[in-house]
Design a protein around this ligand. Structure first.
Ligand code: PAF
Length: 276
């Protein structure tokens, strides 16, 4: 496995590769990321993982400064799974202030409503990375469901020659979705955190059992989370395709939630496939 930090060296290394599968990450890798890398291996002969904490996608009061940077440990975990790790510096990826940006759809909804500019930052860095790596396939986790939607839209609407593949969320035994931000939780917070997934499962069961009053389910979920000490950003039932508010009769739905335990903001989601 090769560790590369410049665009020029990466381009030289990948020149002539015709089957590249790419996993963009911000590092601090856990089993969820490694699963995406294994999926990438099924799609390409050369697997590239990028590690870059992208300042453009963090708001002024967010955790850019304290986001865990663990390059050495990450490389250890990728040994035997990836062929190339691309870990550029900020100056390498943004040699000048980034004035050309991508404004994706749904940028101000769901997480976008609470993190202004976040999806612009994500879409912009993902487009840059896809242009640098030029993979045939890129793999993103379903844990960041809205991000996956945004990236698919960027790829489709800007005619990028890349297939976007979604990887299932990997969970701890108690159901908590694996995330680098879980480590911000206190011991008590970590125990409480599993309730987010239990709440999603409860909503999913109600919908599969025939409940179609989604606003009621959303309200009940917000109440249940709030009663347990969460500050809720949103709980929303949306269509899997387009992340739109469901109208009657839609079968492919997803429940998305974002809420804070203390300072730690967690997101999760669960797909619900209703019978037509
Ligand atoms: O999901 C992430 O880790 C980041 O948002 C991504 C896709 C690597 C862009 O910085």
């Amino acid at each position: 496995m090769q560790l590369i930090s410049t665009v020029e060296e990466l381009r030289q290394r990948l020149c002539g590769e015709t089957s590249i599968a790419f996993v963009p990450t911000m590092g601090n890798l856990h089993e969820g990321h490694l699963d995406l890398v294994r999926i990438a291996r099924q799609h390409g002969r050369c697997v590239v993982v990028s590690i870059f904490v992208n300042p453009l996608q963090f708001g002024a009061n967010e955790d850019f400064g304290k986001y865990p940077r663990t390059l050495q440990a990450d490389c250890g975990k990728l040994e035997g799974l990836a062929d190339v790790v691309f870990a550029p510096t900020e100056r390498e990826l943004y040699p000048q202030p980034q004035q050309v940006t991508v404004e994706p759809p749904s940028a101000n909804e769901l997480c976008g409503a609470f993190r202004p500019g976040h999806f612009r930052g994500v879409a912009t860095v993902v487009l840059k990375l896809l242009n640098i790596v030029q993979p045939q396939v890129a793999v993103f986790g379903k844990k960041d469901y809205q991000q996956l939607y945004v990236v698919r839209q960027v790829a489709a609407q800007l005619n990028l020659p890349v297939e976007i593949v979604g990887g299932e969320t990997v969970r701890a035994p108690d159901g908590l979705a694996l995330s680098s931000r879980n480590q911000y939780l206190s011991a008590a917070g970590r125990t409480k955190a599993a309730f987010l997934y239990r709440m999603l499962v409860g909503m999913q069961q109600a919908m599969l059992g025939g409940e179609r009053d989604y606003p009621k389910l959303e309200r009940q979920a917000v109440e249940a989370l709030t009663a347990r000490g969460w500050q809720v950003d949103y709980v929303a039932v949306r269509t899997q395709v387009g992340l739109a508010q469901p109208e009657s009769g839609e079968c492919g739905l997803v429940i998305l939630a974002a809420a804070r335990l203390g300072e730690t903001r967690l997101i999760d989601n669960l797909e619900v496939c209703l019978k037509g």
